[in-house]
Design a protein around this ligand. Sequence first.
Ligand SMILES: [Zn+2]
Length: 125
Amino acid sequence: MRSLQSSSEDHHLHLPTSGQRSTSQTMVLCTCGQDATIRTSWTDLNPGRRFYACPNMNTRCARFLGWVDPSTCPRAIAIIPGLLRYRNQMELEVAQLQEKNRLKNKIILVLLMIFGFVCLLLLDI
Ligand SMILES: [Zn+2]
């Protein structure tokens, strides 16, 4: 799982001075002047919780500018990481089965071509 390193939720957070929300989202700026983008945390403590991050990968920019969503409830924190691990395992198994299926289809195609070739040889005789 990806990790999010941050010790302060309000680090580098700049909310509009009016304090009003003009749209459904609050505008958050990084100290570099860029509008923050919204990313999703997949840590065990904040699974699926959205946060503001600077789109610049500049070293002076913080990767974490504040939370979009409220704290995740303890029950979800207990359940979601296990579900995510299970989903990842299922995706891996699906990919492995698809690869096996592709190989099986190739073998069937080769066998059909051999069978067709043999049939043509038998018909010519
Ligand atoms: Zn920045």
